[in-house]
Design a protein around this ligand. Structure first.
Ligand SMILES: *[C@@H]1O[C@H](CO)[C@@H](O)[C@H](O)[C@H]1NC(C)=O
Ligand SMILES: *[C@@H]1O[C@H](CO)[C@@H](O)[C@H](O)[C@H]1NC(C)=O
Ligand SMILES: *[C@@H]1O[C@H](CO)[C@@H](O)[C@H](O)[C@H]1NC(C)=O
Length: 531
């Protein structure tokens, strides 16, 4: 045994002893029906369990592994249906603004919140007789503030977590500096990167504040009402509880996002969901990919955006382009049959994405621009072709294009020539892959492991029963003080008033002088006449 081994064994033993003292019960609430969100949360909860804590997790995608001790799951998988019922996400792209889309989606989220709170197992959990005791609440900080009063009931601190960048309205809530006119947040209206024109910045500015206003005056009160219905009228304001969370774990890594200032309670958890160990492929798929000696293309639009939502015309464009390729195409397609399927196209209802991306024969990844897929593509050095649909997807694809590791196509109007050109340029021009390699190295060059860091911060909050030392008092300021708007307003008004007064005085003085001069001229000319 080398001394390195000895030291690590000793460390593990010490950690084991330490964790006895700290074993805590943690409640996790992650209702968003999207596997790409869930694998991030799961990464943390499973690691916390391995540290010796006991977890109770409300999730749409339970692991369902009975051998996992101290890990209880409450399955709310029905939320997938609630969220996606009768919506064609690709069609919603025609509705341009994010605010407009949220106006339509938010009533759905209210119903979903209500359904989770009515779930028998969840009800039992929060009923006063349950006798449940916890040390911490970890909650997806996206659209679920009605669950926050649970922290009050169990008298525990709260950690917020998102699998994406933190939505603007929550950055505002916790007092993070927001940059309303910049594309610094994924929910900006204009998602172009780089310099924006004044007009674009104005649009972003108005949109950002309208969104914050909508969230705080429309959505939060409705979430408050649901919370009061289930937890009683005596609960604190959910808006306050949201603003006061101890920490927020956010997935926003500098190399692939807009670099911006953040307060210390924002902890970057970037990319820890990417598997360190790749699951082996099924024999069947392994053979197909091994035999694709010319290379293969993998296409998936994620879980909520489904390939079956593509219009017939668009699907035909894809098939026409694919049929001209010398490569095999693996398409995550949710139907049993694909009409007009060319020989080189293979459809699968579910695809082991990370294992496929890890295969050496892969040439390119056609996707919808989801953040987790982006991170996986980078981790496996696969150039991308993005066809964003909604939410943060445009921002990520734009970033990939600006870094020279992918191209972007418009999903509503894409045609066969555009697709072929995009695939050929990404595959045949080796510079995409080279830049991807550099990006991967950059992303992996970190001083610490993101997951271990997140576990440390979680235990920090448990040890100190909260983290008020990280609270920014900006969160307690009214909106007009946040960006010194009142001061700028007063100074501007004062300068304008002083300028107006000066202008009036100068005008009056000049008028008086002209009057005097005229008067004198008249006197002189009168004198001349009388002479
Ligand atoms: C389960 O958690 C308790 C503390 O809550 C701990 O004492 C016990 O060892 C854990 N069991 C396992 C199998 O990890
Ligand atoms: C939130 O924090 C502020 C300032 O620290 C405090 O005054 C307020 O009572 C807190 N509200 C809740 C609901 O925790
Ligand atoms: C196909 O799409 C490309 C852009 O992707 C566009 O330049 C071209 O004009 C389109 N062709 C047709 C026939 O619509």
């Amino acid at each position: 045994m080398t001394s390195g081994c000895l030291i690590s064994v000793t460390l593990i033993l010490v950690a084991g002893v330490l964790q006895q003292g700290y074993a805590s019960r943690i409640l996790g609430i992650f209702p968003f029906p999207s596997i790409s969100h869930q694998i991030v949360f799961r990464g943390l909860t499973v690691a916390l369990r391995e540290r010796g804590h006991e977890l109770v997790v409300i999730t749409t995608d339970p692991i369902n592994d009975p051998t996992l001790k101290n890990y209880t799951e409450i399955n709310v998988n029905f939320l997938y249906e609630d969220f996606n019922e009768d919506v064609d996400w690709i069609a919603t792209r025609k509705k341009r603004t994010w605010l407009g889309l949220c106006h339509d989606i938010f009533p759905r989220l209210i119903q979903m919140t209500e359904r989770v709170l009515n779930h028998p197992e969840v009800k039992r959990l929060y009923s006063p007789e349950s006798g449940e005791k916890f040390d911490l609440l970890i909650i997806e900080m996206l659209v679920w503030p009605a669950f926050l009063p649970l922290a009050k009931q169990f008298d525990v601190p709260i950690i917020g977590m998102t699998s994406l960048g933190l939505p603007l309205q929550m950055q505002y809530g916790i007092g993070n500096p927001i940059m309303p006119s910049h594309p610094a947040h994924w929910d900006a209206e204009i998602k172009e990167l780089g310099r924006l024109s004044f007009w674009q910045r104005l649009q972003n500015f108005v949109h950002a504040w309208r969104f914050v206003h909508f969230y705080r005056t429309d959505y939060l009160p409705r979430q408050q009402a649901i919370a009061e219905k289930h937890f009683g009228r005596g609960i604190p304001d959910v808006a306050d509880m949201e603003n006061n969370v101890s920490l927020v774990f956010v997935n926003q890594q500098a190399p692939i996002s807009f670099v911006k200032p953040n307060i210390p309670k924002i902890i970057d958890i970037g990319g820890f969901h990417v598997s360190k160990q790749i699951e082996p492929l099924s024999k069947h798929l392994q053979r197909i990919l091994d035999e694709a000696t010319q290379g293969f293309i993998y296409m998936s639009l994620g879980t909520n955006v489904k390939s079956v939502m593509l219009s017939d015309e668009t699907r035909e464009e894809f098939l026409a382009a694919f049929s001209k390729l010398p490569y095999t195409v693996i398409w995550k397609f949710e139907d049993d049959i694909l009409i007009g399927q060319p020989d080189n196209v293979i459809i699968m209802k579910w695809a082991p994405q990370q294992s496929i991306l890890a295969h050496p024969n892969i040439k390119a990844f056609i996707y919808q621009g989801g953040l987790q897929s982006t991170e996986e593509a980078i981790s496996h050095v696969v150039p991308v072709i993005g066809l964003p649909v909604f939410a943060d997807q445009d921002t990520h694809v734009n970033k990939m294009v600006s870094l020279g590791v992918g191209t972007k196509l418009e999903i509503l109007t894409v045609n066969r020539t555009g697709l072929l050109e995009a695939i050929q340029s990404v595959v045949l021009d080796g510079s995409y892959k080279q830049r991807m390699l550099k990006l991967r190295d950059l992303m992996e060059d970190k001083p610490y492991d993101s997951l271990e860091n997140a576990v440390w911060w979680t235990e920090h909050v448990i040890r100190h029963k909260g983290a008020p030392h990280l609270h920014s008092t900006t969160a307690d300021d009214p909106w007009y003080q946040r960006q010194d708007m009142d001061i700028i307003f007063i100074i501007t008004t004062a300068i304008l008033t002083a300028l107006s007064i000066s202008a009036v005085v100068v005008y009056k003085l000049m008028a008086y002088c002209i009057h005097l001069l005229n008067h004198n001229w008249q006197m002189i000319s009168k004198k001349e006449k009388t002479c």
